[in-house]
Every structure is written in structure tokens, then in C-alpha cells.
Design a protein around this ligand. Sequence first.
Ligand SMILES: Nc1nc2c(ncn2[C@@H]2O[C@H](COP(=O)(O)OP(=O)(O)OP(=O)(O)O)[C@@H](O)[C@H]2O)c(=O)[nH]1
Ligand SMILES: [Mg+2]
Length: 381
Amino acid sequence: MNVLVTLSLIFLLATLFPYLFYVLLYVLIQPNPPALNTPKSLPSVSIVLPTFNESSIIEKKLNDLFSLDYPLDKLELVVIDSSTDDTPAIISSFFRDIKTIQLTLIQESERRGLAVALNEAYAAATHDIVIKTDCDSLLDPSCLKKAVSHFSDETVGAVTGTNAEVIGGSKVESGYRNVQSYIQLLESHFDSTFIFHGPFSAFRKNCIVPVTEDSLADDTELALNIRKQNFKVLFDPNIKFKEAAHSAFWKRRLQKDRRAVGLVKVLLQNKNLLYNYGLYGSFVLPFNWWFLILSPWFVLLSLLSTIMAIFSFSPPMAVMALLIFLTTMWLGQKDSLGPLQIFYSLFDTQVSLLRSHLLLLSKKNTDGMWDVDSNLREMMQ
Ligand SMILES: Nc1nc2c(ncn2[C@@H]2O[C@H](COP(=O)(O)OP(=O)(O)OP(=O)(O)O)[C@@H](O)[C@H]2O)c(=O)[nH]1
Ligand SMILES: [Mg+2]
């Protein structure tokens, strides 16, 4: 067989191997979501909400928090706001006549980035369990009770949930989220999950340590720090939230590539955890290295060697193959690939990861501040 064809197959297999291995493990093990332990009484909870110019959706978010199935007098809302619009005024007026949820509104005189803001908000939270949520997400009313129930187990330090419905209906995002949920359930079954999600993460207050000030994956970094303190950090697919996302290729790059930079940075900064901390360091983290750091290069090498292999047989066929590839990509980002859509979702993830590597290599990653995506806010309305 042609060397290039062989190489192309090897790289393709190397890309798919961790996914196939996880599918096999999933079928063999059939992991269940972590069991819910009903607490004797519901504890008081602090909800941390960072806000930056969210005037278009903040009222919707506050109404969503008031719809949680939880005694509202046991909730404290800590808002850390860096807005230049009237977000804080809307929050103050919302709470003017409402006394059920206790409000702590911290206003920054200038924007210092999300991670810095969150460190301050976590320090201000007064209850033993702290929930972090984003403005541009909606929570299933049951998610707080479910998350709290996991903390009856003294070994649990943090809990996250799943994006069960993509606002705006992006199939690219929902395909990726489905795969991610299977991966996270398996990780949680073995030990702890790696990725934590901004729309809903729950932490044991006395485990919280400040995240790095330019972090672009604050939730994941905090969860990893909690795992380092030998607490389990769980994924429960029954804890559900909704978040908006795009399908269109270039619109997607704004949010997805930044998040990828954040995750890759957390992995690189914590290399020393590999092969420590039980199955977390010997199974969960190595596979995340494969998914997030090795796979994107295998995808690139696989594509290049395939095109070169076809070119070595027939140059016109190589051009044709390239056109077919580009058309498939174009259909994928339009959610029009039918049963093949899932492969495009995975490919899109690998594009983000590869771009994140290039950004990190060129030191062009950001200082922890970004423009809020107004299109996503419109979808949320
Ligand atoms: N206090 C504070 N909040 C921020 C800052 N940047 C973002 N936020 C808030 O943090 C939450 C998450 O920010 P997003 O912009 O939604 O981050 P994302 O979900 O990764 O990206 P997009 O939804 O694509 O914009 C939102 O509630 C924002 O309002 C900041 O610098 N300071
Ligand atoms: Mg967001």
C-alpha cells in the first residue's frame, strides 16, 4: 500500500481511537449517573452570577433563578458586576421589593476580567455550597436540589451538569454536547470529570481556591483544584441547563476557540497531575490530553496525508476530494449533514482545539477579557 495511504489511515485511527475506546467502555460498563442522596434538610446556598453588560437578558436570568425549585429564603445571590451599561440598575430595581433571595451586589469600578471577578465573588459568598451560573443560560428548576444532594457525600467537592438543550437549536453544538456527556459520565464513574460548565457548577465553599487571573476556563480550573484536594468532582447528566450556541463556522470560532484555549491551558499548567490522584491522573487526564492536545494534530495530519495520497494517484481527483471536503464542511456548519452531522460536530471541536494550540504557541491568547456575543444574547431573548 502507498506510504501516504498507510499514514493517513494511522492518523485517522489515532484520532478516532479514544472515542472508539470510550464507546467500548461505555457499552461494557453502562455507567449510571451518580446516585442522589437526600439531605436531612436543605442547606443554604450562595449563587454567584458574574455580569458584564447583560442589560438585554439580566431580567430573564433573575426570573429564571427565582423559578428554581428551592426555598428562596435559603438562597443568597452574589452578583459581581463590571458593566458599563445599566445591568446593575436593573438588578437593584428587580430586588427593590423582593426580599426572599438575599442580594449582594458587588460593582467593580473597572473591568478586570471574569476570573478576577469570580475570585472576589467566591470570597464574598457566605454559605457552604456555592453555585456558579452565567447570565446567558437557563437552569432546569430541579438542578439546585439535585446538585445539593450530592454534597451529602462528604467526599464530593464539586458537581456540574449538562447542556441538555441548545438555545437556537444548533445541531453542531448539540452533537458535540451529547458526545461530551457520555465522556463525562464515564469519567465521573471512574473517578471525576475534567471539564466543568459555566452555566451550572456547584462547589463546596471551603474547597474553593482562587483561579489564575487570566483563566479562560475558570470552572474547569477550580474543579481540578478541588480534585487536587482529594475531593471527587462529579458530572450528573440529570442536572440540566440550556445555553445558546451558533452553528455557523466563523461565528462559532469566537466562543468555542476561546473556551478551547482555556481548557488546553488548564491541562498544560497541571502536567504534574498526570499519573497521580488515582484514576483521575492515570485515566481521565491522559485521555483528555489525547482528546484536546493530540487529536487535533492527528486530524490535520490525516487530512494532509489523505489529500497527498489521492494527489499521488491523480491530481484532478485530489482537487475533487478537496471540493467534496469543503462542501461537506459547508453543509455541516449549516446543520444539514443528516446522520453525518455528529462527525462534523467532532471535527468542529478539533478545529477549535487546533486553533487554540496555534493561539497559545503564538502567545496570542487573551488577557481573560472578551466581547460578549450579542447574537447569542438575542437568541436567549
Ligand atoms: N463581572 C464580570 N463578568 C463577566 C466578565 N466577562 C464576562 N462576564 C460574565 O460571565 C458570564 C460568562 O461570560 P460569556 O461572555 O457568556 O462567556 P462564554 O459563555 O464563554 O461566551 P459567550 O456566551 O460566547 O459570550 C456572563 O454572565 C458574563 O456576563 C467580566 O469581565 N467581569
Ligand atoms: Mg456565555
